[in-house]
Ligand binder design. Structure first.
Ligand SMILES: [Zn+2]
Length: 416
């Protein structure tokens, strides 16, 4: 299969991009190459790398707006956890499809997911054509989060060969998973060369409880059990001491900034970007699940992420638009170990086209600034992932059916 993008704007210049199979084969002016499919940018579409969401729980889209404006404890205990115990595979299937729909429509081509029923999520994700890293949650208190169940899922999934989906292991956090199970997950990740994805230091309570229980801070504890390395993806990482930052630097980990979720759940501290940047720590961007954001639009996340840092440091030059775009592209690709995040010959063909004639992008002084500070995901017109067109002129196959089925499942869950 081949695809030719004609007359698209790349870094201010009009070019053609030829995609063969799942790779960007050639970038140049007036390419006269035969292709199975063609998209003409008609000089008013810019091309960008597909965005990468490094921390989410896609299926939680069924709970969007269901437990808002409550203390976190009430939201979880009285709302979300009650519904989660009723979830079945059919719910997960339509939920993941709806989440993929929202992500594709807002320019995301890849996401890193942590949730239940990974085999069902796999099926939905494969049908939607996005790239994803999906992993089961290890959680002491849930039957489905136990070692045996995770090993069973892993045995089924590792037989599946796909270019777009890979797997991770996701111990939920240090406060919901015992030391023994954290060590097991770490060893499981090492043995199977899997990404090790967890929540870290989201709240002050987590740090205080860790000090009480283990007599050290969360990063110190994880380092003591040999958990930290370059395959680790640590979401939130908000409450960090200088000593913890130096350990994270030494271990070359990936951290995920989730500004909207942190604000909405009022975690009381802001991600320490100034202290983390420029070190051997890869900083990525995530939305977190749709119950705590409440959308999956990385354009919005880039804006919140950048503004929050300017505010925190009382410095408008902090976290520039170009830095925010890196969090959501090249840095995300590095964390998820994929050869994407940049438009270059030889890279994976994960690209999005932006409609430049949108009001939010006019009068076009600086595209990157406009995208980060002004636009939303609605400005994305076309999405290509792994060389395949997932959205053309904002149309996606089966969109109405997915919206209807997922909504039906969410309403049924509440009535169950
Ligand atoms: Zn999360």
């Amino acid at each position: 299969m081949s695809l030719l993008l004609k007359n698209v704007i790349l870094k201010g210049k009009k070019v053609d991009i030829f995609i063969e199979g799942n790779r960007i084969k050639r970038i140049g002016k007036n390419l006269n190459l035969k292709a199975n499919e063609k998209i003409d940018g008609k000089k008013e579409k810019a091309v960008l790398p597909g965005l990468i969401n490094c921390h989410t729980h896609a299926a939680m889209i069924l709970f969007r707006g269901y437990g808002d404006d409550l203390p976190l404890k009430d939201c979880l205990e009285k709302k979300i956890w009650l519904l989660e115990t009723k979830l079945n595979k059919e719910d997960i299937y339509w939920a993941v499809k709806l989440a993929c729909l929202e992500m594709i429509k807002s320019g995301t081509t890849t996401f890193n997911d942590m949730y239940w029923y990974v085999d069902t999520a796999f099926e939905a994700l494969e049908e939607m054509g996005m790239r994803g890293v999906i992993g089961p949650v290890v959680l002491d208190s849930f039957a489905i989060g136990q070692k045996k169940e995770i090993e069973r899922v892993w045995r089924t999934l590792k037989k599946e060969k796909t270019e777009t989906i890979s797997f991770s292991i996701c111990p939920h956090s240090i406060y919901t998973v015992s030391e023994e199970n954290l060590i097991w997950a770490k060893n499981f990740s090492k043995k199977n060369n899997l990404i090790l994805h967890t929540h870290l230091s989201e709240t002050e309570k987590e740090v205080k409880d860790c000090l009480k229980k283990y007599k050290m801070r969360p990063v110190e504890f994880l380092d003591k059990i040999g958990f930290l390395n370059k395959n680790c993806i640590l979401s939130h990482s908000v409450w960090l001491s200088d000593k913890e930052i130096s350990i994270l630097t030494k271990r070359k980990v990936n951290v995920v900034y989730n500004p909207c979720s942190n604000l909405k759940l009022a975690v009381g501290e802001i991600f320490p970007y100034k202290k983390l940047k420029g070190k051997n720590i890869n900083i990525c961007l995530g939305t977190d699940g749709p119950a705590s954001n409440n959308n999956l639009d990385l354009f919005e996340e880039m804006k919140f992420g950048s503004l929050l840092q300017k505010h925190k440091e009382k410095d408008p030059t902090m976290a520039k638009a170009s830095e925010a775009l890196k969090w959501a592209t090249i840095n995300g690709a590095k964390a998820l170990r994929i050869n994407a995040g940049k438009i270059k010959e030889g890279k994976l063909a994960d690209l999005i086209l932006i409609e430049l004639n949108r009001i939010s992008l006019l009068p076009s002084h600086n595209l990157i600034s406009d995208l980060v500070y002004s636009a939303t995901g609605d400005c994305v017109s076309d999405v290509i992932c792994n060389g395949k067109i997932l959205m053309k002129d904002r149309n996606i196959k089966e969109e109405e059916k997915i919206k209807k089925e997922a909504t039906k499942r969410a309403k049924l869950l509440i009535r169950k």
